[in-house]
Ligand binder design. Structure first.
Ligand SMILES: Cc1cc2nc3c(=O)[nH]c(=O)nc-3n(C[C@H](O)[C@H](O)[C@H](O)COP(=O)(O)OP(=O)(O)OC[C@H]3O[C@@H](n4cnc5c(N)ncnc54)[C@H](O)[C@@H]3O)c2cc1C
Length: 379
């Protein structure tokens, strides 16, 4: 067992941390206030090659690995979680699903621009009446002449509202009642961007409804095995869960950073509140849980790099880290007292944002169901 990062992984972590703290962190509060989409930061992330870390250069990537990708997601999210979310959806889910299941033509056409960060990807699974029970989706895909015709509504779709978003991977039910996956370009006839959701946090992340009304796409936009589209989508979410775990660790680390410096600066009863044992114990508990969560997402990412099964590790990492981030954010706010409740302090933003991580890409309840199923199947 070797816990040392490679030279490349160390370099990615160092460079991305430097970039995120210098360019992103100072803008985070303003982005949350205005809800503006940070196109210039996305462009800089693309220039650094962040969207293509785990893919070979022949597909527009930088031939890194999933450990490096997730170290990068942690550092970006420590500065601004919604940009970690953009990386999660574009790289870990959409680009990865095309890389794993696409034809060579599909990879050249759709994966390359995603990995280069020239285009942004979206993932369309959730519908108004099917969330956790994703298999109950009602969006349909029918083969007419040489085109697939899609009808249905996908909701809460991240990224698709960005100007440079090019595609959404849509799961839909075909004539024989199986679920297949499709690459749906945003400019396909019948594709309509629905309402933009108003959210309690993550304001600069684009979340939209997608309406498919006789939406026609070429026959060759079917992704992977037509009978295994649902399994494909779920396996893409497995990588996404590692990313949500890394994202949660980034948020929790930001909470610890802020709390530590606040506790050392804030004086009550004639001394820094850091001197009080109850504050130090909160900080110690934060540091312990962040370290354990980090180890688990790295283990899951490492297993993915080795091509080994990692459902249990990805699911436990997602569940533990997302619940940990909410707990840590709450303690961070408590350490800040009344100031923590004020928008001018970043911990109030972290607190609101952390809740989302227990909902997206499978709620905590769904993660526990998956873990329970694995335990039940153990011999
Ligand atoms: C900001 C944001 C961005 C998102 N981005 C995307 C995206 O890009 N693409 C996409 O496809 N989706 C996206 N989603 C959707 C997200 O994945 C779903 O919200 C999530 O899967 C839960 O589905 P639901 O909201 O329909 O809740 P429901 O499934 O209705 O669940 C409601 C509650 O019931 C619980 N529950 C449900 N079934 C069970 C059960 N069997 N046992 C115990 N408890 C259960 C849930 O855990 C939850 O607490 C996004 C959501 C948000 C809020």
């Amino acid at each position: 067992m070797n816990f040392e990062f490679t030279k490349e992984q160390e370099m990615i972590q160092k460079e991305v941390k430097k970039f995120a703290q210098k360019e992103i962190a100072p803008r985070s509060a303003e982005l949350e206030r205005t809800g503006d989409y940070p196109y210039d930061l996305i462009e800089q992330m693309a220039e650094l090659g962040l969207m293509g870390i785990p893919f070979p250069e022949s597909y527009g990537g930088t031939s890194g690995d999933w450990v490096g990708m997730h170290l990068c997601i942690e550092e970006i999210s420590r500065a601004e979680p919604s940009l970690g979310g953009l990386l999660d959806v574009t790289t870990s889910i959409v680009a990865q699903e095309i890389y794993a299941f696409g034809t060579e033509e599909q990879k050249q056409k759709w994966l390359v621009p995603l990995a280069q960060g020239k285009e942004i990807g979206a993932f369309g699974l959730t519908e108004p009446d099917s969330g956790s029970d994703a298999g109950a989706m009602t969006t349909t895909a029918e083969l007419r002449d040489d085109e697939w015709v899609l009808n249905g509504t996908k909701q809460f779709i991240t990224n698709i509202g960005l100007e440079n978003a090019s595609i959404v991977l849509v799961a839909a039910r075909t004539a024989d009642d199986t679920i297949s996956a499709f690459i749906v370009p945003k400019d396909a006839p019948g594709f309509q961007l629905g309402k933009c959701y108003d959210k309690m946090a993550w304001k600069c992340s684009a979340t939209h409804e997608v309406i498919l009304k006789d939406c026609r796409i070429p026959r060759e936009n079917l992704l992977g095995d037509p009978n295994k589209g649902f399994a494909q989508h779920l396996s893409a979410l497995e990588a996404g869960r590692i990313s949500i775990a890394a994202l949660a660790v980034g948020v929790a680390q930001a909470c610890l950073d802020e709390s530590l410096s606040y506790a050392k600066a804030r004086k009550q009863f004639g001394q820094p509140i850091f001197n009080f044992q109850s504050i130090q114990f909160k900080l110690a508990d934060m540091a312990v849980s962040i370290e354990l969560a980090r180890n688990q997402y790295l283990k899951a990412a490492w297993l993915k790099d080795q091509g080994k099964k990692h459902t249990f590790e990805a699911t436990t990492a997602k569940l533990y880290s997302s619940e940990m981030a909410e707990r840590v954010a709450s303690d961070a706010l408590q350490i800040h007292g009344g100031y923590g409740y004020m928008d001018e302090y970043p911990v109030s933003r972290y607190f609101k944002g952390a809740k989302l991580l227990q909902i997206v890409e499978g709620t905590s309840e769904v993660q526990r169901m998956v873990i329970g199923r694995i335990l039940g199947n153990k011999k």
